[in-house]
Write a protein that binds this ligand. Structure first.
Ligand code: GDP
Ligand code: MG
Length: 306
């Protein structure tokens, strides 16, 4: 089927068409680009929420609870899991998969996992394009779960509209969170596993640290397993989202995402240009060519080939 027909079908709610488009977008095929350019974002943009935090803090469970909450209000939701250990990507224990599977048959829920590619960590190159696709086919809510390790948690804050940092008393997050500097990019901090010892202490610790910043994000407690606190989390996210949309902040965030996307494309071009460039490296080593001139030459060659 033609990309444009598929795009139209996906926008009308056809999940198979959406899955096909997403594969194209992920692989950066010409078909995917054609479909994306044919789709326009609806007047109401999708709210894209990044959910990050250490492995085991309860992100997938929280995503599951958020999906349930959104569905109760008849809001459709797309979920992108970039966490290799996520039950969505098949990496989790059986119990989790069974719990998540209740959403798999719901036509209002679209779940897809993307492997995080590249040894440097970070997000798969197709993630920002996938977000654009979800927005264009009319999902009001999009959740991205990412493993809170390395570059990916900073990356997710660059491409999401809002970023929720999940901490839990069970994962030794107190020290970790402050070390990583991720607190600065969080729009909301969720203390999950509030049913466990140490949750209140962790909350105090986090609030004390945040008190030093000029605009401390809200901090709230959840028990993702039972759904406790998820309604408050939803209320806070909705409020932040409305403010963002109505104050021009959203435009800034979207620009940041575009910048991230273009920067990623530039890095990809650069690494393609470096393949098979031994002769140019030799010229630089011999002093016949400056590194700057070599870079320009490689990019120009790449351009001619491409
Ligand atoms: N006690 C308790 N356990 C939870 C809670 N939320 C998640 N868990 C458990 O923590 C473990 C890791 O959860 P998961 O959602 O896979 O974490 P992720 O790695 O951050 O996605 C699972 O065994 C969950 O059942 C909670 O609120 N309280
Ligand atoms: Mg997970």
């Amino acid at each position: 089927m033609k990309p444009l027909d598929l795009a139209r079908q996906a926008a009308q709610g056809d999940r198979r068409a959406l899955a096909q488009l997403l594969s194209w977008v992920e692989d950066d095929c010409p078909e995917g680009r054609a479909a994306l350019s044919a789709l326009v974002e609806p007047a109401q943009p999708a709210c894209v929420i990044g959910i990050t935090g250490s492995p085991g803090c309860g992100k997938s469970t929280l995503v599951d609870a958020l999906i349930a909450h959104l569905r109760q209000q008849d809001l459709s939701v797309a979920v992108l899991a970039v966490d290799p250990s996520s039950p969505f990507s098949g990496g989790a224990i059986l119990g989790d998969r069974i719990r998540m599977s209740r959403h798999f048959l719901d036509p209002g829920v679209f779940i897809r996992s993307l492997a995080s590619r590249g040894s440097l960590g970070g997000l798969a190159p197709g993630v920002p394009a996938a977000l654009r696709l979800f927005g264009a086919v009319g999902f009001p809510w999009v959740l991205i779960e990412t493993v809170g390790v390395g570059q990916s948690e900073i990356d997710v804050a660059e491409i999401a509209d809002l970023c929720a940092l999940v901490l839990s008393p069970a994962t030794g997050d107190g020290i970790q969170a402050f070390k990583a500097g991720i607190l600065e990019v969080a729009d909301v901090v969720v203390i999950n596993k509030a049913d466990l010892d140490g949750a209140l202490e962790l909350e105090r610790e986090v609030k004390a640290t945040l008190a030093l910043s000029s605009e401390p994000p809200p901090v709230l407690r959840t028990v993702a397993l039972s759904g406790e606190g998820v309604d408050q989390l939803y209320a806070v996210l909705s409020q932040l989202w409305t403010t963002l949309r109505d104050t021009g902040g959203l435009q800034q965030r979207r620009r940041r995402r575009t910048r991230y996307e273009v920067a990623a494309a530039l890095r990809q071009l650069a690494s393609q240009a470096l393949a098979g460039a031994e002769a140019v490296f030799e010229a630089v080593e011999d002093g016949r060519l400056s590194a700057q001139a070599a870079a320009e030459r490689l990019l120009a060659q790449r351009h001619q080939q491409g």
